[in-house]
Design a protein around this ligand. Sequence first.
Ligand code: DP6
Length: 357
Amino acid sequence: MEQRFVAKNALPLKDSFTTRWQAPSNIALVKYWGKTTPQLPKNASLSFTLSNAVTQTQVEFAPLENPSKSVSFTILFEGEKKPSFRPKLETFFANILPYQPFLTHYQLAITSHNTFPHSSGIASSASSMAALAACLVDLEAQLSSLTEEDKINKISFLARLGSGSACRSTQGPMMAWGTHTAIANASDLWAVPVSDIHPVFTDYCDTILLIDKGQKKVSSTLGHKLMHQHPYAEQRFAKANAHLSELLPILQQGNLEVFISIVEKEALHLHAMMMTSDPYFILMQPNTLSVINNIWAFRKETSIPVCFTLDAGANVHVLYPNEFDAQLKQFIEGELLQYCENRQCVHDKVGTGIKKY
Ligand code: DP6
């Protein structure tokens, strides 16, 4: 139990309080894959915060006459009641209740939608948990005095208890999560911004190629669990931390050649863990590999520093500096969209994190 995050004042408000926050998705450069209870990462991770792929969430907190035992809530996602969302939210509220016990004094009406294409297959748990956590901390700030630093750390802390990677969606353009010898203020409990970065990374582009929009065959939750008895788990955790050590000076210098090699290795190491789990599984599709081969050929031919990364799915994130935007859009349109479901992609770039809307 982290005492510093336990809300001090449990007194309910007399009137309803409504707040709206949006949070972006994020893409990990050094991947989080493997955790212990409660949502503590086995290695440090680092991500670009995105800007276009956001979840917007409104919560109306209506005071209850008699407090309930657990958190009472309704959820409307893109205008529809989503019973399938309830279990994850119930677990989230049970996890955070010790830190926000005042929530039992309210009926929560949650209304949420994504700005990225509906059912695009882009994992939205990071953006949705971060947006919801921001609403919850906004209520807490009405009840007790919190500094700006307390607020942003608590949002990240609560978001982590909903989905690990969500804790990195709060600020930008780059966030680190997990204790690491080279990042003095890093924590396993919340994510912190990595501020000392070369200007090339402050407007980096990420085009997300939607290779397969279907439901993933193996969830991230199960994938994390399979790291418990994984034969290469300890080597993987050490390697991820070593990649982060290598990447930090590169982020300051803007050395894109080394940046690319670390980022692509991380993506392939993540998928190598999946392929060597027991039971083993593959989330990449033939089109994922076609895209990767095309990116490598294009990079060789043009010397444009474009690279790829992958999350826990078949989709490919194409990463490139903003100055090559025009050439990349042309390449993506001409060569890569043929590998996407319905030729769909999402053009995004790095951003600054949560905000009120
Ligand atoms: C491959 O954050 O989705 O995207 O904590 O169980 O919700 P839970 O897992 P989740 O895992 C993210 C895995 C990843 C890598 C990353 O974002 O670092």
